[in-house]
Design a protein around this ligand. Structure first.
Ligand code: CU
Length: 69
């Protein structure tokens, strides 16, 4: 499964790192790709979208799911 999240609030590479790390820590996540310019995070693996959104929000950013397949 691949989930694309819209992530609001990232302003620099540290934010990208924080979001990437938080998503990678979610059980079932295999691959994470975060784009600062696009404000998007792409996550591959078996983790459920709500768990991914929660992980991003715990870092202080806002996230919405834009695509899941
Ligand atoms: Cu930052």
């Amino acid at each position: 499964m691949a989930v694309t999240l819209n992530v609001v609030g990232m302003t620099c590479s540290h934010c990208v790192h924080a979001v990437t790390k938080a998503l990678k820590a979610v059980a079932g996540v295999e691959k994470v790709s975060v784009s600062l310019d696009a404000g998007r995070a792409q996550v591959e693996g078996t983790a459920k979208p709500p768990a991914l959104i929660r992980a991003v929000e715990e870092e202080g950013y806002k996230a919405q799911m834009v695509d899941s397949k």
